[in-house]
Every structure is written in structure tokens, then in C-alpha cells.
Design a protein around this ligand. Structure first.
Ligand code: MN
Length: 270
């Protein structure tokens, strides 16, 4: 076992798309990450528990429980936990505004950074145009699409039908790189526009499993990524600056650094 590391304290931690309850969730890596970082405020930016998958068969190993326990332990130790449900944990949208055992549930949040900037924090499925890829919708055209979006927002059952095909960006990207790039930039543009509409300095979202930080669309766009493929998170330091953490890459670097003396030793021995 690795030596116990003192957790690095940050002002805010943003995590999304854990997809607990699915085999894809990299709960082990996530646990290590949660041991390494502590925060005053934690935002769970949607798709934390995958309710759709759980319905089609219970998958809940001990490590997934450990993740929940780890988060709750942080709450007991004084962290503020804000949970903004996404489309995969939309069953929690029925509890918006409720405080569940110290967890604040909300549709979206406006986060103020240490240096006074305001960020819209939201999962992002609300602005997902991927429903366009449902063939019957594409056939109906733009007017029907707008109507469908409205229905989508108001009828859980329709939403679930639209989303039932779990859409994996990476597998789709392999299929149609150009379309995926267009899709991502369209999503980013819409989220940036919503941030501007709400007079925020930026947006922090998840949903498309594509971690990145940029300001190509007039405001800051921050995507927290996911813990299915990329194992990424975003932290806000005490000076208000943001950092995108690519956990598996950090781990690889750490292992490389630690193994250097060993490599030298074995070279000598050989
Ligand atoms: Mn989502």
C-alpha cells in the first residue's frame, strides 16, 4: 500500500459523470483521488449515480459504496456538498431544493470564486443537441425539435426514451470525428451563451465526458470530464484559479518519479 498522503486542500472541488452503479465507473481511482483532495465546497455536477443502469440490473460493488461514504465523511467534517443532478440521475430532480442529510440538491448553482467571479454550475444535458441524433427527431426538422426539447424538459418518460441509448462520445468520435468535434463545440457554445445570459463570467459543466478549460466563446468554459474514461476533476484554489486535474496521468507521473531510484538500483545490480 502507498504511504498515506496528506490531502491537498482546495477551495472548491467539481466532479461530474461518476456513473456510480455502472461497471464503467472507475471507483478505485476516484477513491484515491478523494483521499488526495479535500475541499471546503464540493459540487457534484450530475450523472453521479446512474439510475438508468441501476433499473436494468443492480450493480453496486463495495468500492461504489466507499465513494459515497468518502463523500459523506467529507460532509461530516464540514464540507459543503452541492448536488446538481444530470440526466442519468434525473430521479433526484424530484428533490430539487431539498437538503438530504447535508446534501443540497439544485438544478444549477451560481458559484462565486475567491477572486469574485461568478460561474454557472450545471450538468449540461439541458443544452444537449444530441437528441438530434435520434433519427425520428431529425426527420421532423427544427420546429419539432424545439417542441421536442420542451417535451424533453417536461416529461421524464420521453427524456428517458431519448436518452436510453447511452451515448458514448469516445465511441462516437471514432465513428465520425468531424461530427463529434462539431457536437462538442456546439455544446460548449450553448453553455457559454447560457452563462452570458445569466451574466456569469463562465460556466462549469459536465455531461459530454470531455474535460477542458478555455474561453473561446466569450466566457470561461470549464468541463469537469468524467470518471468512466478520463478520470478528471476541476479544483478551484484559494486564489480563485482553476486547475483541471487528469488523475490517471498524475498517477502515472508519480509512479514514474517514485520508481526512478529503483530503476537506477536495478541497473547497478545488473
Ligand atoms: Mn449526462
Amino acid at each position: 500500500m502507498a504511504q498515506e498522503v496528506n490531502a491537498l486542500r482546495v477551495r472548491t472541488l467539481f466532479l461530474s459523470d461518476l456513473h456510480l452503479g455502472t461497471k464503467g465507473c472507475q471507483a478505485g481511482a476516484l477513491l484515491e483521488f478523494l483521499k488526495a483532495y479535500d475541499a471546503d465546497t464540493i459540487y457534484l455536477v450530475g450523472d453521479i449515480v446512474d439510475g438508468w443502469r441501476l433499473k436494468s440490473g443492480w450493480y453496486w460493488p463495495q468500492t461504489h459504496n466507499d465513494v459515497v461514504q468518502k463523500l459523506m465523511r467529507k460532509v461530516r467534517k464540514g464540507a459543503r456538498l452541492v448536488y446538481l443532478p444530470g440526466n442519468h440521475d434525473e430521479f433526484l430532480r424530484d428533490y430539487i431544493g431539498v437538503n438530504l442529510g447535508g446534501i443540497e440538491l439544485a438544478d444549477y448553482a451560481l458559484h462565486e470564486t475567491a477572486d469574485g467571479k461568478r460561474y454557472l454550475v450545471i450538468h449540461g444535458d439541458q443544452f444537449d443537441l444530441v437528441v438530434r441524433h435520434a433519427r425520428w427527431l431529425a426527420l421532423l426538422g427544427d420546429g419539432a425539435y424545439a417542441a421536442a426539447l420542451f417535451v424533453n424538459t417536461h416529461l421524464n418518460i420521453v427524456r428517458r426514451r431519448l436518452g436510453l441509448t447511452y451515448w458514448s462520445l469516445s465511441s462516437w468520435a471514432k465513428l465520425k470525428v468531424k461530427n463529434a468535434v462539431n457536437y462538442i463545440s456546439r455544446f460548449e457554445e450553448l453553455l457559454a451563451a447560457e452563462a452570458q445570459r445569466q451574466e456569469a463570467d463562465g460556466v462549469i459543466c459536465g455531461h459530454i465526458h470531455h474535460a477542458i478549460m478555455h474561453d473561446q466563446f466569450g466566457v470561461s468554459y470549464v468541463n469537469t470530464g468524467d470518471w468512466v474514461e478520463s478520470c478528471t476533476a476541476v479544483v478551484e484554489h484559494y486564489d480563485g484559479s482553476f486547475e483541471l486535474i487528469r488523475w490517471t496521468e498524475l498517477q502515472r507521473e508519480a509512479v514514474r518519479d517514485q520508481s526512478l531510484p529503483e530503476v537506477k538500483f536495478s541497473e547497478k545490480a545488473a
